[in-house]
Write a protein that binds this ligand. Structure first.
Ligand SMILES: [Zn+2]
Length: 303
């Protein structure tokens, strides 16, 4: 397979992680964060499977497209010679059932969850005319793919495009046997899809937060715990992770920039943010060396 658009952690997910570590999220936000984190892990799991596919497939991950003022997302899109496969990936864990009368998905405690088949149908119903509009008439063959090995779906419908965790390997083998010989036209299609991808502002779906509300301090790059003190050029977290002060300061500045894009990065701000780097001079040197200087003297800031 040829991976044309690799999956990256979204800024939104990165901000959620930072906020989760630095403030107490209200329950509904915490749930949203966990759902998002889990979803991402599921997509990464699926990527490990598609990584082994035959060379003549184009793979585009995380597409966010718009048609007729409707925005839709496709977790993974595979372009083969005679069709396009959009995948809706779900990392649900635990026992669920499908109710044939209501065509709904439920937990065993009868809470209805968003129907992933409807999500897939919606994406297909928007992707199909979008492709046609640009002169591409390849049929779509979409699947809802459940990737978590601990997922069970009782009464799973037989006639719906669902791939269950126990079927994943067989499904991939079959998919891999799809004859495929891609040409320039397929590449044009892939490039078109990538060019239409929307990158949405990550900030609008986040809970409100301000600088004074989040816990300051330098955190470990591996386990996220707060570093109690730093002496010298290196520090070691209780988890055993060792980092040099320079890279930790750069990392902290990037966190600040992501969390507070409107704040100017100054030596004092970074000093306040890290809390355990006791030398402003050290911070200033790292900023000077790794970021672009703007402004004069005491109004100096970095981008
Ligand atoms: Zn650690």
């Amino acid at each position: 397979m040829i991976l044309l658009k690799p999956r990256v952690e979204s800024d939104e997910l990165k901000i959620w992680r930072l906020l989760n570590n630095r403030m107490t999220l209200p329950d509904k936000d915490k749930k949203r964060f966990i759902y998002m984190e889990k979803g991402y892990q599921g997509e990464v799991l699926f990527d490990q499977l598609t990584a082994n596919l035959q060379p003549d497939f184009f793979i585009i991950n995380d597409l966010c497209l718009e048609f007729n003022n409707s925005v839709f997302q496709i977790d993974t899109t595979i372009i083969a010679q005679d069709r396009v496969f959009p995948f809706e990936i779900k990392n649900y864990e635990g026992d669920f059932y499908y109710d044939d009368n209501t065509k709904g998905f439920f937990t065993l405690s009868k809470d209805e969850i968003k129907n992933p088949l409807d999500q897939l149908k919606r994406s297909k119903s928007l992707l199909s005319p979008l492709l046609k509009k640009h002169g591409f008439y390849l049929p779509l063959e979409g699947y809802v793919t459940f990737v978590n090995p601990e997922f069970t779906l009782y009464q799973a419908p037989l006639n719906e495009p669902i791939v269950l965790p126990t079927q994943l390997n067989k499904f991939m083998k079959k998919l891999n046997q799809t004859p495929s010989n891609l040409n320039e036209r397929h590449r044009k299609l892939a490039e078109l899809l990538i060019s239409m991808h929307h990158t949405d502002s990550p900030y609008k779906r986040l809970p409100p937060y301000e600088y004074h509300q989040v816990v300051k301090g330098l955190t470990c790059a591996r386990c996220n715990s707060f570093i109690p003190s730093v002496n010298g050029k290196y520090f070691t977290c209780l988890c055993g992770y060792k980092e040099d002060v320079e890279s930790a300061i750069i990392r902290s500045v990037k966190e600040l920039q992501l969390l507070f894009p409107d704040l100017k990065i100054t030596t004092s701000l970074v000093y306040d943010w890290c809390m355990v780097i006791h030398s402003k001079k050290v911070i200033r040197e790292v900023l000077k060396k790794n970021f672009e200087v703007k402004g004069e003297r005491h109004l100096r800031y970095y981008i």
